[in-house]
Design a protein around this ligand. Structure first.
Ligand code: GNR
Ligand code: NI
Length: 178
């Protein structure tokens, strides 16, 4: 397993539409393993393949608490999804403060359906359906947006979005000069 580099805005690859996976092979499982390792290392609660430069419809998540009050090692709950599709969303919406490993250190509230159902292929290539609520519902919608080139900043006003992208573009140019 390998910790991979996470792409950040304004990298144009983050705006790509990702291709469906034909079959969950060992190669796809190796990608999912790398994604999990990269996500835990970051640390983050989710990661889409395009964030490490792979334009495939794969995502990983773990929304379980990362620390425990009694100091015991926390339980890991990795979820991997291949070709995920949202099949149902609730009318009820919820507002969560979101962040993104591809837009580091920026947080803003986004409103999304409070619950959703997702159909996908699991690590073994078996079709599954999962009802999501709370943080998991927000996270899976955030990750599926990535598969179509979407970012959570797309839900903000144009002014806010352009301000963020400009800041990251400036920082990138500074780094390139150095
Ligand atoms: O680590 C992450 N935290 C997070 C918090 C609120 C809503 C969504 C997320 S996903 C994010 C990791 C990431 O960028 N996934 O694409
Ligand atoms: Ni993200």
């Amino acid at each position: 397993m390998t910790i991979r580099t996470i792409l950040t805005v304004p990298d144009p690859r983050l705006r790509q539409k990702c291709a469906p996976v034909a079959e969950v092979t060992d190669e796809v499982r190796a990608l999912l393993d790398d994604m999990l390792e990269t996500m835990y290392d970051a640390p983050g609660i989710g990661l889409a393949a395009i964030q490490i430069g792979v334009a495939k419809r794969c995502l990983v998540m773990d929304v379980s608490p990362s620390t425990r009050e009694d100091g015991e090692p926390p339980q890991k709950n990795p979820i991997t999804m291949v070709n995920p599709v949202i099949t149902r969303v609730s009318e009820e919406m919820s507002d969560y403060e979101e962040g993104c490993l591809s837009v580091p250190e920026y947080y803003e509230f986004v409103e999304r359906p409070a619950r959703c159902t997702v159909r996908y292929l699991d690590y073994d290539g078996v079709e599954q359906e999962l009802d999501c609520e709370g943080m998991l519902a927000t996270c899976v919608q955030h990750e599926i947006d990535h598969l179509d080139g979407g970012l959570f900043i797309d839900y903000l006003s144009r002014l806010k979005r352009e301000r963020i992208v400009r800041k990251f573009t400036k920082a990138l140019k500074q780094r390139e000069k150095a």
